[in-house]
Design a binder for this molecule. Sequence first.
Ligand SMILES: [Zn+2]
Ligand SMILES: [Zn+2]
Length: 498
Amino acid sequence: MFQSACPACGAPVAFRSATSVMAVCAYCQSTLLRDADSVRDVGKMSAVLEDYSPIQITSEGRFEGQHFSVVGRIQLRYDGGFWNEWYLWFDDGSTGWLSDASGQYVVTRPSTQAPEHVPLFDRNHPGDRLGFDRATWTCADVREARCTGGEGELPMRVGEGWLARVADYRSGHRFLTLDYSDGDKPTVYAGKSVTVDALQKERLRSPEQIAEKAGRLPGSLNAVACPSCGAQLNYLAAAAQHLVCPQCQSEVALEGDKAAVLAAHRSVEAVETTLELGAVASINGTKWQLIGLMRCREDASDGESWTEYLLHHAHKGFKWLIETTDEWHIVSVLDNWPDAATSQVRVDGRVYTKMYDYRRTVTFAAGAFNWRVKVGDRANVSEYKSSNQHVTAERTENELSWSYGSQISSQTVAQWFKDPSIAAGLVDGTASTLAAARRARIKEEGGWTSQGFALLFTIVLLVLNVPLLIAGYGEIGVTFFGLLALWAPVSSNSWESD
Ligand SMILES: [Zn+2]
Ligand SMILES: [Zn+2]
C-alpha cells in the first residue's frame, strides 16, 4: 500500500493496488495522479451521483474462489442511462471490474489472450459472431459512454467527459468486453455475469445507509410530477431510471430526486390494458409489482398487437408478462446465451426451433422501466419454440438480448393477481367484457394511479414521521403539508374523471 497526503486538502490518500495510477480524494474530490512516490493534483473530479447500489468502496467479495476488495469506481453515462464500473483489487495483486447496471452484475478481468480477428470499434454490431477461446461469441451491445464522476483509486487517468468505447460479447454464461477507449486495438476483458449473492460480498451498504445518501429507501414507493404535463408519476426507488408518463408519453429520466424530460412525444391515445400499473402478483409466494407496460405491434399490414408488462422484485429483478389476443406468457432474461448460427438453438440441453422473424414497434408505453423506452422504438425479433416454451432474441441498433418464456393459462394469471375477471375476460374472448370488468374493479378498489396510491403513500409518510413527532424532532407542518399536497391533485383528478 502506498500512502500520501492530498496536496489540496492534506487528507490521507491511499493506493492499495500497485496498478492504480490515479485516486480521487474522498474529502475534496481532487484528482490525484501517482508519480513515483508523490502525488500530483490535476483538478477536480465530479462527485458520483448517489444511486441505490448496495456496493461501496471497502466492500469485499469472492470471484472464482479469489478474495477481492472494491477500491474505486467510475460512473458512465450513455443515452440510455448510466451505470457503475467498480474497480476490484484481488489478493494476488491482480485487478478486475465489476459492472453494476441497476442490479445486473458482470465481473471481468484483463485477458492475456485476444480474439484472432478483432474488428474495429465501428465494425461491431449486435448479433455479430466472433471466435475466441474455443467458443463462438455473439455481440450483445456496442456503446459509447462518458465518465460523469468517480471516486477511490483507478488504473487509468479519467476525468469528466472521458469517453469509453466498448463492445460486449456473450457466450453461454461468459462475458467478453473489447474496450476501445485507448484506440483501435482494444484491451480485452473476460468474465461472466454474476449475482450479488454469488460474490459472497461483505461490507455492503444496508438499505438504511443507502437511504441516508440517496434520500429514500430502495423499493419505497415515490411520486414525482411529470415535468411536461404535471401528471403524478409513481415509481419504486431503485427499480428503474426511466419513466414514461401515461398521460403525455413524455420520457422522463430519474436522477436522485430530480426528474428531467428526455423527450416529449405527440400524445397518443391512452390504451386500456387488462392489468394496471401498480398491480401486485403473487408468484410462488413472491410478490412482484407491475411497474411498466407497453403495447407493441408487429410491423406488417395485418400485424398483431400485444401488451408487455414489466414486473419487479427488489432482489429477484425483472420479469415480463406478455398478453396476446389469446395467450399469456411469462418471460425472464436469459443469462445462458445460445449460438444462433442455424435455425435451431440449444439452451440448457433443450433444442428450440426457429418459428418466426419479425420487426416490432412500441405503440404505447407507461410507467417505469430499467432502460429507455419510447413510442416508436423498433426491434428485430426471432422466436424459437419447443412445445409451450420459447426463447426469443430481440435486436435493436445497439443491443441484442435473449429471453426465455413459457405459456401460462389465463387462470394462472388470474390467480397471481387475485382477479377472476382476467380468466373470465379471455375465456369470453371479448375485449369489451374485459374492459368493463376492469373499470368496475377500479371503481371498487381505486387504482394505484389515484386514491389507492395516495392512501399507501400517506401511510408510509405517517409511519416515517410519527416516531419523529413523538420523539419531538419532527415538524408537524411538513407532514401535514406533505399529505395535503399528496391528496390535493388526487381529489381534483377524481373530479375530472367523474
Ligand atoms: Zn483532498
Ligand atoms: Zn406527462
